[in-house]
Design a protein around this ligand. Structure first.
Ligand SMILES: C[S@@+](CC[C@H](N)C(=O)[O-])C[C@H]1O[C@@H](n2cnc3c(N)ncnc32)[C@H](O)[C@@H]1O
Length: 229
């Protein structure tokens, strides 16, 4: 579907406005959404994203940074190496929370940016994570093209994507209600069907490394193909 630039700008600005709650409330709300809309757990997310931090890492749509902070603690506990991280988000109120959380951490740079138009050179990151945000982007194809561009050949992308609710009737109804509320509020652009999002990710030029559907979430690890020799 081709969308006009003004419609895309409008939806992006709506999202930035929708993510204007104080970071503490955003975190509590996030745990509720994780449990009942994604039907996933923090542990699963920490393992997926925490294992995908290369030496120079890009944290896409970092939000208030609460998930990344837990991931960094988990990595320290596991004895995994410290890495350089650039995190960005389009919603300033989210970045305020992230800046407070990560103040005094020179290895972590925080920027205001739109995922569909990144001001980084080609092939400069070893890894990228898009945690809980693929389904928030109005221009997903543009977002993926940019993330693929800034990844080095051989670099990896981990993402989780909210699927249309599945499973037993009651759980499905609860998740549907949360999603409808999220779309009305503007914090969710759209959930995806599994086959549709899989196709989009592959069409962006990335190769599948690992994937699973768990609850209403599609968790995936992809790799940018190495340059031909
Ligand atoms: C559900 S939050 C996830 C935040 C964080 N990754 C986490 O897991 O806690 C989605 C984030 O995507 C950001 N976002 C939405 N559209 C964006 C865009 N076009 N460019 C950059 N960030 C965007 C929102 O501002 C919000 O912080």
């Amino acid at each position: 579907m081709v969308q006009s630039t003004s419609r895309l700008n409008q939806s992006r600005d709506n999202i930035a406005r929708a993510y204007s709650s104080p970071p503490w409330w955003y975190d509590i709300r996030g745990l509720f959404i994780l449990t009942f809309a994604y039907r996933s757990t923090l542990g699963r997310q920490v393992r997926l994203f925490g294992s995908n931090l290369g030496a120079h890492h890009l944290e896409v749509a970092i939000g208030s940074g609460s998930l990344l902070a837990i991931i960094l603690r988990w990595r320290r506990w596991k004895g995994l190496p410290r890495v350089r991280i650039v995190g960005f988000d389009y919603a300033e109120p989210m970045l305020v929370g992230a800046r407070q959380r990560f103040s005094g951490r020179p290895e972590l740079a925080l920027l205001h940016a739109d995922v569909s138009s990144l001001d980084f050179a080609d092939a400069c990151f070893d890894s990228a994570n898009i945690a809980n945000a693929v389904h928030c982007f109005p221009d997903l194809d543009g977002a993926l093209a940019e993330v693929v561009r800034v990844l080095k050949p051989g670099g990896t992308l981990a993402a989780n994507v909210l699927l249309y609710p599945r499973g037993p009737w009651l759980l499905r109804r609860i998740a549907e209600r949360i999603n409808q509320w999220g779309m009305r509020k503007g914090i969710l652009y759209t959930p995806y069907h599994h086959a549709e999002i899989r196709e989009k990710l592959i069409a962006s030029g990335l190769a599948m490394v690992a994937e699973e559907v768990s609850g209403n979430a599609y968790n995936v690890l992809l790799r940018k193909p190495p340059e031909p020799v």
